[in-house]
Design a protein around this ligand. Structure first.
Ligand code: SF4
Ligand code: SF4
Length: 448
């Protein structure tokens, strides 16, 4: 196994390939090398149906708290806070128990609303500070790490690279559960471990129902950032919405938007004071133009793609999030810089009353029948083959360091991070023989 230099948390995190496990994928050693006065453990797990972080906090709270202590000390923070939803009583009790051994760390119970785990909202709830437009929590002296990331930080310092992750499998499946899954496990195999799909004609959402994506037709492997897999009937409205073509999305927006403003009134970033108004963006694209200096076009840079506007707020099925995401990608492709950089922001007085209870959101999504326990299976899955993507993090993909036919042990480096840019290492999640190597992925077949 790849060793880790003792005495340096940042080096250990870097060598272990830890990245933001909550979906962000930002390499964690960069955050740990910063200076901040507050560190937050994000255990909100606000996406409906997902349970992996909650199961982790319930079954290994000490590991999460240890990771938080390590990051707190690394960034020199005076304050450390574990945040999680009050409704998760078992996890609350477990974390509370672990904190008795870690004096000085606070526990902040969160309401069961969406998107409670959005970093900007979490920073505001814990500190009263508002992250500036186009900024990151560090701009207001805060570092936020997902609880799974923190557990991986604690493991990293003990010399264990990121090999596996808890993943929740929910939806139309026989045995909903949370599985300890080697990175790179085929998602169809993971679904098989949960007893298989209950409907033949099904779609698979990788991630949560609000911010996840439909699995590619040929299948996908799990990555360091996948926390959930949701199986739904092919004709479920959520699947239809995700399947809509860009031209359909634009046509509906132009033809049907009545400018009711519901999308803007419920936008969590707008309620924090950011200059984001999805209804105005829809108006700005009404005539097929793309004025890249228009304030409500460039405001796409401020959207966190939480999906509240399109999956809850809009009464007409219009998809502002999708439109904003496409605009953001196009602005970046054209090299248009983000002009929104205001720092003096005041949250809306009504913000507190416009937070959406997760149970209500789950009903609106048509997912309430799938909102069941997903108990942890502690025995790790043993896939016969894993596909380790070199680009499963923010930044430059790793470069493969192995050749086809080479034997590898679990924990060996198979992809080295770029030294010049933001990047992260990739390790073998199972022992075996390297079956194939491309710039995109290393495939390993398990040793028999
Ligand atoms: S997805 Fe919609 S609700 Fe969420 S931040 Fe973007 S505009 Fe606001
Ligand atoms: S909620 Fe829908 S109809 Fe209303 S302004 Fe927003 S996009 Fe238009």
């Amino acid at each position: 196994m790849e060793g880790v230099v003792a005495g340096s948390t940042v080096t250990a995190i870097q060598r272990a390939g830890v990245v933001g496990a909550g979906g962000g994928g930002f390499p964690s050693h960069i955050k740990a090398a910063a200076s901040a006065d507050v560190v937050l453990a994000n255990g909100a797990e606000c996406e409906p149906l997902l349970r992996a972080d909650t199961e982790l906090m319930t079954f290994d709270p000490a590991l999460v708290v240890r990771g938080l202590e390590l990051v707190r000390d690394s960034v020199g923070a005076k304050r450390a806070v574990v945040t999680l939803k009050e409704k998760n009583t078992r996890a609350m009790a477990a974390i509370g128990g672990a904190l008795r051994e870690a004096p000085g760390i606070e526990l902040l119970p969160l309401a069961n609303v969406y998107p409670a785990g959005d970093e900007f909202l979490l920073v505001f709830e814990a500190t009263g500070r508002v992250v500036p437009e186009g900024g990151i929590p560090l701009d207001v002296g805060v570092v936020v790490n997902n609880v799974t990331t923190l557990a991986q930080v604690a493991d990293a310092v003990e010399g264990h690279p990121v090999n596996e992750k808890m993943v929740t499998v929910q939806g139309e499946i026989r045995e909903p559960g949370t599985f300890v899954t080697p990175i790179g496990t085929p998602i169809e195999e993971l679904i098989g471990s949960a007893g298989g799909a209950l409907v033949h004609e099904h779609a698979v959402i990788v991630g949560g129902p609000m911010m996840g994506h439909l699995m590619k037709p040929g299948g996908e492997p799990t990555t360091k950032t996948v926390a959930g897999v949701i199986v739904l009937p092919l004709d479920h409205p959520l699947v239809s919405s995700m399947n809509a073509r860009e031209s359909q999305v634009l046509r509906l927006a132009r033809a049907a938007c009545c400018q009711c403003m519901a999308c803007t009134e419920l936008c969590p970033r707008a309620l924090l004071g950011h200059e984001l108004a999805p209804h105005r963006t829809i108006r700005a694209i009404q005539y097929g133009e793309f004025p890249e200096d228009h304030i409500h076009i460039t405001s796409a840079y401020l959207c966190c793609e939480c999906g509240m506007c399109e999956l809850f707020a809009c009464p007409l099925g219009i998809q502002p999030r999708r439109i904003l995401a496409d605009l953001k990608a196009e602005l970046m492709r054209r090299g248009v810089p983000n002009p929104h950089v205001r720092t003096d922001l005041s949250p809306d007085d009504v913000r507190e009353y416009r937070q959406i209870p997760t149970a209500r959101l789950t009903r609106r999504l048509g997912l309430e029948r799938y909102d069941v326990d997903a108990p942890l299976h502690e025995e790790p899955l043993r896939p016969l083959r894993v596909t380790l993507l070199m680009g499963q993090h923010v930044g430059v993909p790793a470069t493969p360091t192995v050749k086809a036919g080479q034997e590898v042990l679990r924990g060996d480096v198979v992809g080295e991070a770029s030294e010049e840019s933001v990047s992260a290492r990739v390790h073998a999640s199972i022992g075996g023989v390297v079956e194939s190597v491309t710039a995109e992925a290393v495939v390993i077949t398990a040793a028999s």
